[in-house]
Design a protein around this ligand. Structure first.
Ligand code: NAP
Length: 275
């Protein structure tokens, strides 16, 4: 699509950011939707975040995605913070609403929509067990509770972090242990265990704990299939990786920025590129 005088700009900011899948994802979506928009990645150091935010207002950037290390610091630089972003003390999406910058967090909704898409899992009345209690787990707890989960159990190495994550889930959330895994409808790995690199061979729990037909999702997507996910499948579990969460958190951002329905299949296709 040709750049014109009317082309609108959206972006992702982070550091590092050059590896980001977001430009491919959003530019494919803008083309599919026939929008005269373009999406760029900006490598922004923490000290430059206020300057970037001021520039976003001046340049009328329509919206920007926020990734590490800015997800918390951006909150004090915007005009309005959504309830989810406030609860999580983190935003991944900023909308520029005619000069008013609004912060959102779409990660957790991306998770809920992703498991609905990939595993046909309806969060309402679902029982989920989450391994890990960091940023990803916290967004999963908050969105799963908000969208009707019946039970959320957080299993984590450090109990203090588990308690902090559970506090986001209200009455349906509690700290648990490995004995809770087999009782859950959906088991989620929200630790980095299994990721490419030094943790590649590690597993977040013993996969023999899985029941046949149990649903298992690994938020890790590099590699596409972790050893844990492969072992869960071998035990008869139905599995998926973190790519749907990645695509659906972007779908929610597209909707917020443009006010239009996102081209979901195009965005899912864009994240399925070979590793
Ligand atoms: P984080 O904030 O650093 O949290 C990591 C969590 O994993 C912590 O609860 C930590 O436990 C636990 N952990 C780390 N190393 C461990 C080990 N050796 N043994 C046991 N537990 C360990 O990370 P995050 O941002 O939540 O990300 C977690 C994973 O989710 C990463 O692989 C990331 O790529 C993935 N992710 C995917 C998406 C997606 O869209 N698919 C989005 C966000 C994140 P302690 O509390 O005890 O330290």
């Amino acid at each position: 699509m040709a750049i014109t005088g009317g082309t609108r700009l959206a972006a992702v900011i982070g550091q590092p950011v050059r590896h980001s899948l977001s430009p491919g994802l959003f530019n494919a979506a803008f083309v599919e939707a026939g929008l005269d928009w373009v999406f760029l990645a900006f490598d922004i150091a923490p000290a430059d975040l206020p300057g970037f935010t001021a520039a976003a207002r001046t340049l009328e950037i329509e919206g920007f995605s926020v990734t590490m290390p800015h997800k918390e610091a951006i909150l004090s630089l915007v005009d309005d913070v959504s309830p989810s972003a406030a609860a999580l003390s983190a935003a991944n999406c900023i909308c520029n609403d005619a000069g008013v910058l609004r912060a959102f967090n779409t990660d957790g909704d991306g998770f809920v929509d992703g498991v609905a898409h990939d595993l046909n899992f309806d969060m309402r009345d679902g029982r989920i067990a989450i391994l890990g209690a960091g940023g990803a787990a916290r967004s999963v707890v908050e969105a799963s509770a908000r969208r009707g989960a019946a039970e959320i159990v957080v299993v984590n190495r450090s109990p203090e972090a588990a308690e902090r994550a559970v506090a986001l889930g209200g009455e349906v959330a509690r700290v648990g242990g490995l004995s809770d895994i087999a009782k859950a409808d959906l088991v989620v790995n929200a630790t980095p265990l299994g990721m490419v690199g030094e943790l590649a061979a590690e597993m977040p729990c013993d996969p023999s704990l899985f029941q046949p037909e149990q649903l298992v999702v690994d938020l890790v997507y590099a590699p596409r299939q972790t050893p844990w996910l492969a072992a869960a499948q071998a035990n008869g579990a139905k599995t998926t990786n973190g790519l749907a969460m990645l695509a659906f958190q972007a779908v929610a951002q597209f909707n917020l920025w443009t006010g239009l329905d996102a081209p979901v299949e195009t965005m899912l296709g864009a994240v399925q590129q070979p590793e």
